[in-house]
Structure formats: C-alpha cells, structure tokens
Design a protein around this ligand. Structure first.
Ligand code: RFL
Length: 417
C-alpha cells in the first residue's frame, strides 16, 4: 500500500471484510474472522485508550462463554472469574436468592467487565496479525448493493484512505455511520420508551456478594460487581433528571434506603450519568453487503444484561456466515438477519418483562404493583418459573435460538427462517 501523507492521492486497498467499530461486536467479529484465516480491517473512530476504558456490561452470559469455547478461544478472550449464577432480589429489604444455574455441563457465565472483554479481544486479534486502525475519521460507506463495496475514511493526520471489500460489518453502535447510510425505507424500526430513567454510578467500592436487584416504594435500585474493588449501581429516576441533582451524599443515601442496607460501604464515584430505558430493533439487519451487528441493529434496556451478549451472538453468526461464504455457501448470509432477530426479540421480551416487573413492583399504581409482586412471588416459589428464568438469564433458552429444533406443528407460529 502506498504510504501517502497529508492530502496526497489515495490508493485503494482490498480486503474481505471491513469492520466499522471496535466495541464488543466489532472486536468479536474481527477476532473470529481472523481466527478463521479471513482478512479484515477494523476502523474505529476513537483512540485505543478510549475504547479500552469504556465500562458498561459486567457479565458474559453462559451461552456466550460456550460460544467462545466452541471457537477454542475462551482462555484468550475471557477475563474475570466464573459467575456462580446466583442473583439476589431484595424486595422491601427482604432477600431472596435465585439461581440461574441450568444444571448442564459446560463452562458457566463469567463476571467479565465489558472493557476487559474488549481489551482481550483486541489483544487476541492483534496477536493473530489483525489490522486495527484507531482514530479513523469521516468513515463513509459506498456501493453497498454492488459486488464490491467501498469504505472511505481519513487517518488521524488527515490522509484519505479507500478500502474495497466483499462485506461491511456495521458494528458502530446506535449512533454510528453504518445504519444511517442505509436509505430511508429500507429498514423498519421498532422502538419503545419505558418512560423510566436510571442514574448509573460507577464507584471504587466493594462489589456485592451477588448481583443485586432491589425493589422498594422509593424506586428500583441495583448493585453489580465490576471488578474486585469496583461496583456499578443503578437508581430509578425521572428520565429527564439532571445528574447534578445527585451529589454523592444523595446517591449513597438513596442506595442505602432502596437496597435496605444502612451499612452499605461507599467509595469514590468515578462516573455518573442518567439514561432512558429504551428498546430499539431495526429489521432487517442487512442492506446489500452491509451487515449490522450489535447495538447498530438493536438496543435492549440493560435490565437482564442482554445488550453486549446479543452483540456477541450476532458476531458469532456473522463470522460463521462469512466463513461459509468464502467456501462458496451463502446460505447463512441470507438467513443471518432472520436468525439474529429471532433471538433479539426473545431477549427484548425477557428484558421488557424484567424491567416492568421490577419497576412496577416498587412504585406503580396498586393494581400493576400487585400483578408485578405476584410475578415475583411465582419466580421465588415455583421451580418451573425459576427454571424458565434461569434459561433466559443464561441465554441457553431454545426459544430464540436459531439452532434449536422447532416444536413440531408450531413452525408457522414461530415465524421460521
Ligand atoms: P458499542 O459498544 O457502542 O461500540 C461501537 C463502537 O463503534 C465506534 N464507532 C465508530 N467507529 C468508526 N466510525 C464511526 N462512524 C463510528 N461510530 C461509532 C464507537 O467508538 C465504538 O467503539 O456497540 P457494540 O460493539 O454493538 O456493543 C454493544 C454493547 O456496548 C452494549 O449492548 C452494552 O454495553 C449494553 N449494556 C449492557 N449489556 C449487557 O449485556 N449487560 C449489561 O450489564 C449491560 N449494561 C449496557 C449496560 C449499556 C449501558 N449504556 C450504554 C446505557 C449498562 C449501561 C450503562
């Protein structure tokens, strides 16, 4: 490739897949492709440091761990520690432990913060000779419905670059360029706003014994581990609330009240923001040779911990589909969107159910509050309900799994691929 600088002429490179975005979706796609011996180039608009520090999810679910296992990559890409599958619900201060262990053999979920997963995927990809370009500006996608799409961008020093490829993986999140390049009308968007806000706080404070979800009349709260000395907390609040209205003392007072734990140990708060609980699905997850992966195609409210895990699911299906295509079989590329969307809707339903249950059980009007508390009661007392919950938490539920066998006679109801 020519080593131009400044505004000198751009000469096109060629690869099999250009991956836009180096978050969990992009780095999983790139690592799996590279592991399959398939060329790709990853373009990320931010710096390596910025991407490596972005803290969000904390648990790689059982299904995703086993997915990496099936690629022989578990030891290289997963950090953290195995998760014992125990989740604590605290309702008005009363504790109930629910196990999401499915009783099957095979590795369990991992307490692995999102930034640790991204760092390890990045290291693995680079060790395997991967091509990853940070601070790629003005990325634009062209000829997506032709045989050889083109991706243009500028390097940090302003040099224009062009890459032609067979496929583009749009892994650039909800606000990236990939999906917005798709012409109006080509995708259908399904959106839902829960009308709920969460103040989320990261702190250097002791993690809980188990991930903890708390219901109270003061509103929902949660406490999750994010490392040996780090925790993420959530506090329900109005969606348009102001983070400045939550000084440290108010945060810790509200957590102690809602978690029913007057002795909760505080620590320095390192990050705080307010976001709306919302859900989005874009259908199909493909336009020509552009394939949308992860948050670029769907947003799930964080309740249930599915967003990052869905990104890993999409990445696995996409990498396998490209691998097949390189060997002359395009079937999996054609079914990619339908197969992903089936799990996406399954996980959206779970997340929606859990969101409604845990918020309504606290401060909803009396009828809805009693319905939500009846759902929790069933979860705590019925082994069948607990088992269904465990299936969904682990991601091992067959309902949304493209590989699962259909129930005979139920194909049309399930909207098969
Ligand atoms: P990401 O992580 O947003 O990464 C997209 C990457 O693309 C880059 N990018 C571009 N690069 C080049 N050119 C452009 N024009 C670009 N535009 C963007 C960005 O810089 C970035 O590096 O999307 P991805 O990879 O699809 O991963 C999705 C996950 O990040 C997301 O689903 C989760 O974080 C959601 N989520 C959670 N998921 C879980 O599974 N469990 C959890 O417990 C969990 N907690 C959370 C969460 C999301 C949260 N936020 C964002 C509200 C907690 C929070 C607070």
């Amino acid at each position: 490739m020519a080593e131009e600088t400044g505004q000198l002429q751009d000469s096109a490179e060629s690869t099999t897949v250009v991956v836009i975005g180096a978050g969990p979706a992009g780095m999983a796609v790139a690592t799996l492709l590279r592991h399959s011996g398939i060329d790709c180039v990853v373009l990320e608009r931010r710096s390596r440091d910025h991407v490596a520090q972005r803290q969000r999810a904390g648990i790689v679910e059982t299904r995703a761990v086993r997915m990496f296992d099936s690629w022989g990559l578990t030891d290289r890409v997963l950090g953290g520690v195995p998760y014992d599958g125990i989740l604590e619900f605290r309702v008005d201060g009363r504790s109930r432990l629910v196990s999401d262990s499915d009783g099957s053999d095979g590795p369990p979920a991992r307490l692995c913060p999102q930034q640790v997963l991204v760092q390890k995927l990045t290291t693995t990809y680079l060790e395997d000779g991967g091509d990853l370009r940070f601070e790629a500006a003005d990325v634009s996608l062209h000829d997506l419905t032709g045989d050889r799409p083109t991706v243009r961008y500028r390097t940090a020093d302003g040099t224009p670059r062009t890459i032609t490829c067979d496929f583009v993986a749009g892994c650039d999140g909800d606000r990236g360029v990939s999906r917005t390049t798709v012409p109006d009308g080509a995708l259908t968007t399904y959106a839902f706003d829960h009308g709920i806000g969460w103040l989320t706080v990261l702190a250097d404070a002791p993690p809980p014994a188990h991930p903890l979800l708390a219901v109270s009349r003061e509103g929902f709260a949660a406490h999750f581990p994010r490392g040996p000395r780090s925790s993420r907390y959530y506090l329900q609040c109005p969606p348009d609330d102001d983070p400045d209205a939550w000084p440290d003392t108010r945060v810790w007072d509200a957590l102690r009240t809602r978690l029913g734990d007057p002795g909760l140990v505080s620590g320095p708060i390192t990050d705080r923001e307010i976001f709306r609980l919302r859900s989005l699905v874009h259908d199909p997850m493909r336009y020509g040779r552009l394939f949308l992966v992860g948050d670029a195609a769907h947003i799930v409210s964080p309740m249930g911990g599915k967003g990052m895990n869905l990104a890993l699911y999409d990445a696995d299906l996409f990498a396998r589909a490209v691998r097949d295509s390189v060997q002359g079989d395009d079937t999996a590329l054609h079914t990619y969107s339908a197969r992903c969307l089936r799990r996406v809707w399954n996980d959206q339903e779970f997340s929606h159910w859990l969101t409604r249950t845990l918020h309504d059980a606290g401060d909803a009007e009396p009828f809805l509050r009693n319905l939500a508390r009846a759902r929790l009661d069933r979860l705590f007392t019925s082994p069948a309900a607990a088992s269904a919950f465990a299936e969904l938490m682990t991601g091992l539920d067959p309902t949304g799994d493209a590989m699962a066998r259909e129930v005979p006679g139920n194909l049309s109801a399930l909207g098969g691929d």
